[in-house]
Design a protein around this ligand. Structure first.
Ligand SMILES: [Zn+2]
Length: 268
């Protein structure tokens, strides 16, 4: 019997920053794998190693919440009622049925209503409860809360977007998910990295987590950083870390994280 992993890992920090990593999980509940197609079995849409990339932030005082289960079980960055976040009809939903490349995930029938509800209750809700609990704690302790929702994606996915993604894709729900001054600080930190390309509210404006929890008028600030996997992987087909690229990337991520932790409401 393999041991069943907890839904998430949570490391409590001391600084006003929570980093959420909803898509790096590679775990499947017992019995799930046999229902997946060959295309889906390798979990190709995983945000590979993003939990490991941000491990440094614990030393800086950030709290880190990372999901252990694959986004194919339930997508933590989609709304519980599964309303659509993106215009693109190929975009995946709460319980994805197709990979980003448009291949079927399930060999036979898709999960039924009961199974979908069960995934929502058993995997989605506990993650979000923990996330909200930490933001509430930060707000009580510091007067505000700051959430970074951390992701990565392959630089080219023709079914999802045209062309090649920039290295750093900062999402702020078009400026609505955080104090504009915080968004400016975050953007300057990323845009100032000479060796990387960056875009603000481009193809990725922030998913459900960023949009839902980012309520600057209530002292809750949220940003999403979607990294191009070209910044640290050797290739898409075989997700192996390139050590040189990762080292370089971690320097930039550390500078970015320090800016977020150093920011305070009222800063220019
Ligand atoms: Zn993601």
């Amino acid at each position: 019997m393999s041991t069943v992993k907890p839904i998430y890992e949570f490391k409590q920090g001391s600084a006003p920053l929570l980093i959420s990593v909803p898509h790096a999980g590679q775990q499947l509940p017992p019995g799930y794998a046999e229902h997946l197609t060959g295309d889906a079995g390798s979990l190709p849409d995983t945000d590979w190693f993003v939990d490991e990339l941000y491990a440094f932030a614990i030393e800086l005082g950030a709290s880190l919440l990372t999901a252990n289960y694959s986004r194919y079980v339930v997508d933590l960055n989609r709304p519980p009622d599964d309303r659509r976040l993106y215009q693109n009809s190929a975009a995946s939903g709460l319980v994805p049925l197709n990979t980003f490349d448009g291949m079927r995930i399930y060999l036979n029938e898709a999960p039924n209503g009961y199974q979908r509800q069960n995934r929502l209750t058993s995997y989605w809700m506990p993650y979000h409860r923990r996330l909200r609990q930490e933001l509430t704690r930060q707000k009580r302790a510091f007067g505000y809360a700051l959430l970074l929702d951390a992701h990565s994606i392959a630089p080219e996915i023709p079914a999802l977007f045209d062309g090649r993604l920039p290295d750093f894709n900062l999402g702020s729900n078009d400026g609505r998910s955080a104090d504009p001054r915080l968004i400016d600080c975050a953007w300057q930190a990323l845009d100032g990295e000479a060796d990387y390309s960056a875009v603000r509210d481009g193809r990725f404006k922030g998913g459900y987590i960023t949009r839902h929890y980012g309520q600057p008028e209530h002292g809750m600030h949220a940003l999403q950083l979607e990294l191009s996997q070209a910044t640290y992987l050797q290739s898409r087909s075989d997700p192996v870390i390139d050590d040189d690229r990762r080292g370089h990337l971690l320097n930039a991520l550390q500078r970015f994280t320090e800016v977020l932790i150093g920011w305070q409401p009222g800063d220019g």
